[in-house]
Design a protein around this ligand. Structure first.
Ligand SMILES: Nc1c(NC[C@H](O)[C@H](O)[C@H](O)CO)[nH]c(=O)[nH]c1=O
Ligand SMILES: CC(=O)[C@@H](O)COP(=O)(O)O
Length: 164
């Protein structure tokens, strides 16, 4: 199902565990910050709506999406978080750099999910143009940050339940 057929901001609180016992790391890319701030806002609002404590949300900024990998790694190593959300926005330019950034970030975040015990949620837009990013960060298609927050809660809960 394409995003066009699913609003990214929709969720049913009755199907989501309470977030009050979980500690969240959020690493935010400064590239395309108008977009990434919108994604962060969606994520933060959803976490708080699901009972996360403000003191349990740790936010760090990094220069660009490629640095999300190291930022998430250090967040896991030092902040005692139950899950990490990485937030970025990569927009196609004139060259193949888009392809390498997107692939690098995707593989790096995948590696963290394999190599660490903390789920890392992929909230990175990889869009053809800025309008697509606007549409997915609080626009007509909702907010991918909201979607990522719900995924983070569910994965933190799965991690907690599977460790018993
Ligand atoms: N063009 C975009 C970038 N490029 C920068 C890289 O992410 C990285 O910071 C740089 O290569 C230095 O390591 N980053 C984005 O997040 N979005 C873009 O559209
Ligand atoms: C994703 C990028 O790195 C890209 O936006 C940079 O633009 P360009 O390919 O025109 O250098």
């Amino acid at each position: 199902m394409a995003t066009a057929n699913k609003n990214l901001s929709e969720y049913d609180k009755n199907t989501i565990p309470s977030a009050k016992d979980f500690r969240f790391g959020i690493v935010v890319s400064e590239w395309n910050d108008k977009i990434t701030e919108g994604l962060f806002s969606g994520a933060e609002k959803a976490l708080l709506d699901c009972d996360a404590l403000p003191a349990n949300i740790v936010r760090w900024n990094v220069p660009g999406s490629f640095e999300l990998i190291y930022g998430a790694k250090r967040m896991i190593e030092t902040q005692n978080v139950d899950t990490v959300i990485v937030i970025g926005c990569v927009i196609q330019g004139e060259t193949k750099h888009f392809d390498f950034v997107c692939e690098g970030v995707t593989q790096g975040i995948k590696d963290l999910n394999v190599q660490t015990d903390v789920p890392v949620i992929f909230c990175v837009l990889t869009d053809n143009n800025e309008q697509q990013s606007i549409d997915r960060s609080g626009g007509v298609h909702g907010n991918k940050g909201t979607e990522a927050a719900i995924a983070a809660i569910k994965m933190a809960y799965l991690r907690q339940q599977s460790s018993k």
